[in-house]
Design a protein around this ligand. Structure first.
Ligand code: ZN
Ligand code: ZN
Length: 349
């Protein structure tokens, strides 16, 4: 076994400080661990929240990154799921209790004891976890998924968070042929929601603040595209959708969006406003509607999503960046200026 004392990484040394190149320790490759040479790492909006300590209790130095695509370069003696040279991915968590009812069902993201985040968390031994803005990572084989050959690693990386975050609720609420699905927001999550809902066979509408990205939304698979800044949108689309997937973290007028659902329709949130929201419950009572949420997906469903995306030729639409451009990319993500995911080329770290 190789004892990796330190690997190159980009880390935020403290809250609100710019990320800088450094080294971080990786644990020795244990019996059930694999060592991954990271090729690409996506920049998720939640990386920025956490690096800047927007959620509090951040662990520093912090190496963000939970959209990891790479290649297996070493395996522990007991590893059976992955082999040297395999193309693999790691998403938002690297461990969970493995014994609760949700872990046993492959719903590790809802583990009773809480999943272990890929970064900004403490592992079983109390050591901090460091994420994908790095050259290598050691992960238990049970928390590593296979990336099919048909998917290029750079466009596959964002599927590990943005892809599964949208795929899981679209599947759970049965987006498919004959279903009218609206995707709210056309950012990193929203653009994946459009591609996946379309590939599932649903009729897709984008609800975005403005029509600025309309042409691209149509090209990605939306049949219709409306501006939510126009009050007429809510008149025209009343009672239209079976499912609305909201990917935005800005506070929404939930009553207005619920009015766009058919009877038995569901409004599912994967983005969360920081402030509590209030709602007149008649918005859900009239029409037997559901207001719901969903968080990433478990390991089996993440594998299913990657296989689905490979079968349908779906990757993220990305901008490949060099590691020294991370801080600039953070500003662009915060400004909504990225089409649609920045991905770090790990060979530049
Ligand atoms: Zn994410
Ligand atoms: Zn569990």
């Amino acid at each position: 076994m190789t004892a990796l004392s330190a690997v190159a990484a980009y880390a935020a040394p403290s809250a609100k400080a710019p990320l800088e190149r450094t080294t971080v320790p990786r644990r020795e490759v244990g019996e059930h661990d694999i060592l991954i040479e990271i090729k690409y790492s996506g920049i998720c909006h939640s990386d920025i929240h956490q690096a800047q300590d927007g959620w509090g209790e951040g662990i520093y130095p912090m190496v963000p990154g939970h959209e990891i695509a790479g290649v297996v370069v070493e395996t522990g003696s007991g590893v059976t799921r992955h082999a040297l040279g395999d193309r693999v991915g790691v998403g938002c968590f690297v461990d969970s209790c493995r014994t609760c009812e949700y872990c046993k069902q492959g719903l590790e993201q809802y583990c009773v004891e809480g999943m272990t985040g890929t970064y900004n968390a403490l592992d079983r031994n109390g050591e901090p976890t460091y994420g994908g803005y790095s050259t290598h990572i050691v992960v238990d084989e049970n928390y590593v998924v296979r990336i099919p050959d048909a998917l290029a690693l750079d466009v596959a990386a964002p599927l590990l968070c943005a892809g599964i975050t949208t795929y899981s609720p679209l599947r759970h609420w049965r987006a498919g042929p004959g279903k009218k699905v609206a995707v709210v927001g056309m950012g990193g999550l929203g653009h994946m929601g459009v591609k996946i809902a379309r590939a599932l066979g649903a009729e897709v509408t984008v609800l975005s603040r403005t029509l600025a990205k309309k042409q691209q939304g149509i090209e990605l698979g939306a049949e219709r595209y409306y501006a939510t800044s126009d009050p007429k949108t809510f008149e025209d689309l009343a009672g239209t959708f079976d499912l609305i997937l909201s990917t935005v973290s800005a506070p929404l007028d939930f009553g207005a969006y619920l009015s766009l659902l058919k009877v038995d329709g569901a409004l599912v949130n994967v983005g969360a406003p920081e402030e509590p929201v209030s709602l007149n419950l008649f918005s859900v009572i009239a029409g037997r509607k559901t207001l719901a949420g969903s968080m990433i997906g478990g390991i089996p469903e993440t594998q299913e999503m990657l296989d689905f995306c490979a079968d349908h030729g779906i990757g993220a639409t990305i901008e490949l960046i060099r590691a020294e451009e991370i801080n600039e990319a953070y500003e662009r993500v915060a400004a909504g200026d990225v089409r649609y995911r920045c991905v770090i080329d790990a060979s530049t770290i």
